[in-house]
Design a protein around this ligand. Structure first.
Ligand SMILES: *[C@@H]1O[C@H](CO)[C@@H](O)[C@H](O)[C@H]1NC(C)=O
Ligand SMILES: *[C@@H]1O[C@H](CO)[C@@H](O)[C@H](O)[C@H]1NC(C)=O
Length: 277
């Protein structure tokens, strides 16, 4: 019911309220307010880029594309990034699944992005390629706090998050009972990736307190942690930020609307539970 509500309101930022460990489980999507006209050269550019993404995902876990084909003076850019541990065969099916989400959620959007559990795609005419971006887009924390050994858990969690500060674009670590992972978009270099991951770690620590698991999604990277004892990725509430980009600044809707939606969803969930009793 919560999910249906979010989708039927067709806001510009769509968020999941639950996610399994399915690589194609939905996390969030953002769409620009400006739309391209049907049959326009812009549409032609976007379609050719999106089919390039789908094809390239069978051969690598990151690629970027630029299309000048319809209008050389205003190119459109696109990229995808699969999680580093995902086999290529699953990368391409994940990207295809993200593309179909895009066409459902963001029809004709001039710019948009979709994050699934194990892959991410983005396109637009704002030149985001190669640019670091540590703005917070989405965060979520387990509703259950760690009941025992809270102090030890926090120390393990902080150590696990800190050990993500070097490495390739996909980073994993485990300390004590805590596992953590981070993924940067492949257009960042190692130093930019580390800066992004550090910013994401700060966000998730600040937001999730002693929660047994948490995730923070920034413009060019994300971080996740969970305790071995906790159900990974079985989440309750979250929090949002905004995706900026495009000439008009905002690619997604505002935070206040999101909070409002979250509140309504929460109320409906409570109502649902009460009606079962
Ligand atoms: C991007 O495309 C939108 C929609 O066509 C347009 O309004 C905007 O001016 C374009 N921005 C740039 C930087 O070309
Ligand atoms: C974009 O792709 C090209 C060709 O694959 C590659 O040489 C370039 O480094 C990529 N740029 C970024 C910013 O990732």
């Amino acid at each position: 019911m919560a999910k249906l509500l979010l989708f039927s309101l067709s806001f510009l930022l769509f968020l999941s309220t639950t996610a399994g460990d399915d690589p194609t489980a939905f996390v969030y999507a953002g769409c620009s307010q400006p739309r391209y006209a049907p049959g326009s050269p812009y549409q032609y550019n976007v379609e050719s880029l999106l089919s390039s993404l789908a094809n390239a995902a069978a051969f690598s876990s990151y690629s970027n594309f630029t299309s000048f084909s319809a209008s050389p003076s205003s190119p459109v850019f696109a990229l995808f990034q699969c999680r580093g541990d995902l086999p290529l065969s699953e990368c391409s099916s994940c990207v295809r699944s993200a593309l179909s989400r895009l066409s459902d959620l963001c029809p004709s959007a001039a710019s948009s992005a979709v994050q699934l559990r194990a892959c991410y795609i983005r396109y637009g005419n704002d030149s985001f390629l190669g640019r670091p971006d540590t703005s917070l887009l989405y965060k979520t924390c387990a509703t259950a706090a760690v009941a025992y050994g809270g102090g030890a858990f926090l120390a393990s969690r902080d150590a696990a998050l800190s050990s993500l500060n070097t490495g390739t674009s996909y980073r994993v670590s485990a300390t004590g009972a805590v596992r953590a992972e981070a993924q940067c978009v492949g257009d960042l270099d190692g130093g930019q990736c580390s800066e992004c991951v550090a910013a994401a770690a700060t966000q998730v620590k600040a937001s999730c307190g002693g929660a047994a698991s948490g995730e923070a999604y920034l413009g060019k990277c994300y971080i996740r942690y969970y305790s071995n004892g906790a159900q990974p990725y079985a989440y309750g509430g979250g929090g949002g930020g905004e995706i900026s980009g495009g000439e008009h600044g905002k690619l997604s809707c505002c935070y206040q609307w999101w909070l409002y939606l979250c509140y309504i969803t929460f109320v409906l969930l409570i109502w649902d539970m009460n009606s079962l009793i």
